[in-house]
Design a protein around this ligand. Structure first.
Ligand code: UGA
Length: 436
């Protein structure tokens, strides 16, 4: 099938490559010429395991091209809308400029019976408005809302093998879903559940799921705060709670909290939208979820000060991890990067490193001292702070590191290290929500 993918950021680029991998002929469109040139040259503008191989194969097959020219979509039957919906400046609400711009640019090029598939994360009510707009200019074209649930670091496998497919449609548009079924045939054959619903429910599934995940993380981080004042251990608490299958252990990892381009902005946009609809009370708890999350960052800075004897001034701190999570180079709203910047602002002499996110961190905080080398970061350190749980940090050898640092002190911001392993090697080990 001939399909277009409008918006080649993280979601769009992965989606375009995966659709080509499934055998479809795909044109990816983006307004950013640098991004388009890079993608056509087989270079993904972000780090994602499996993506370079997938992109290279898809380009070599001749089924995938990228362009800045929206007219290139004119023969496509299906158009995926994958543009970003960032948080508006100084506001909680989502900025729909890219969604609106993409639809306006697309409308003149729609085939009479085209299908537009919305994948961007949008405030509830957007799909109904866009559907009206599409049908006004192209009465037989149909919009389906098909939210995306992929995780960074697992984007390729999540796209090819999603854990559910949700189609939001207008009554009477059921036939269009067959076209989407054809596109996702391999996932459906593998038994992936498919939920067909209305626009509003489809839009809400996405933000409700992210709000739930954010709440789960903040719940355990709130427990970490209580553990810290009562001497309890949040990791054991989470393990014990997680054995209850109704609760589950996933997303109960206490630590520095959530960041990235999705969870933080999605819960804020969700609150803003609920407020517009007159249901603000329903989501006031998300304000608490957000503040618990942000408090973890200041608590981590406080812990750094504490282990440095009460003042950060002139202390050399090695920050290990800057990405918002491992297996990603994404530093959008990264708790690790924000803590590194805070430590520096408060007078510490920070040397930070990350296996993949050094370049992106330098763009955000040009004043931060960065290195690609773990050894260089920790040399002469008064304290090591592990802020993103990359495997290379989890598996560090405390005996090897001991000879490099000034003081054997390590702060585990992600509860990813084994306290016993570090303590028995003579280190002062401190973590969020765990006893000293
Ligand atoms: C999230 C959702 O998990 C995806 O399902 C969704 O499709 C995506 O947002 C999106 O809206 O596009 P992602 O942002 O890739 O995916 O990251 P997550 O794996 O959800 O992690 C988010 C943050 O929570 C990270 O900073 C991570 O370190 C933190 N986290 C996660 C914790 O602090 N504790 C946990 O137990 C789990």
């Amino acid at each position: 099938m001939q399909i277009s993918v409008i918006g080649c950021g993280y979601l769009g680029a992965v989606h375009a490559a995966c659709m080509a991998d499934l055998g479809h002929t795909v044109v990816g469109v983006d307004v950013d010429v640098t991004k388009v040139d890079a993608l056509n040259a087989g270079i993904a503008p972000f780090f994602e395991p499996g993506m370079p191989e997938m992109l290279a194969d898809a380009l070599a097959s001749g089924r995938l091209t990228f362009t800045t020219d929206i007219a290139a979509v004119k023969d496509c039957k299906v158009h995926f809308l994958t543009v970003g919906t960032p948080q508006r400046k100084n506001e909680k609400a989502a900025d729909l400029t890219f969604v609106n711009g993409a639809i306006e640019a697309l409308l003149p090029h729609l085939l009479p019976e085209a299908i537009v598939v919305g994948k961007s994360t949008v405030p509830v009510g957007t799909a109904a408005r866009l559907s009206d707009q599409i049908q006004e200019s192209c009465p037989d074209a149909i919009l389906i809302w098909n939210p995306e649930f992929l995780r960074e670091g697992f984007a390729v496998s999540d796209t090819l093998s999603p854990n559910r497919l949700v189609y939001g449609i207008r009554p009477g548009h059921d036939e269009a879903t067959l076209v989407l079924d054809e596109i996702y045939a391999s996932a459906l054959h593998a038994g992936v559940p498919r939920i067909i619903t209305d626009f509003a429910t489809a839009e809400l599934v996405k933000v409700a799921a992210n709000a739930f995940l954010a709440t789960k993380i903040s719940f355990i981080n709130a427990m970490a705060e209580v553990c810290e004042v009562s001497g309890a251990d949040v990791v054991q608490l989470a393990d014990a709670m997680g054995h209850d299958p109704r609760i589950g252990r996933k997303f109960l990892n206490a630590g520095l909290g959530f960041g990235g381009g999705c969870l933080p902005k999605d819960i804020r946009a969700f609150m803003a939208r609920a407020g517009e609809l007159g249901a603000d009370q329903a989501l006031t708890f998300l304000r608490e979820v957000d503040s618990i999350n942000m408090r973890r960052r200041s608590r981590t800075v406080d812990l750094a000060r504490e282990v440095c004897g009460g003042s950060l001034l002139g202390k050399k701190i090695a920050v290990l991890g800057l990405a918002f999570k491992p297996n990603s180079d994404d530093v959008r709203d990264s708790p690790a990067l924000s803590v590194a910047a805070q430590l520096q602002l408060q007078g510490a002499s920070v040397v930070a490193t990350d296996p993949k996110a050094v370049t992106n961190s330098a763009k955000r905080f040009p004043d931060l001292v960065l290195t690609e080398s773990l050894e260089e970061a920790v040399r002469g350190a008064d304290a090591i702070m592990v802020l993103t749980e990359w495997q290379e940090y989890v598996s560090m050898d405390p005996y090897e590191l001991a000879s490099l640092v000034a003081t054997r002190t390590i702060v585990d911001g992600r509860n990813c290290l084994d306290p016993e392993k570090w303590r028995s090697a003579g280190w002062t080990y401190r973590a969020l929500g765990r006893p000293q």
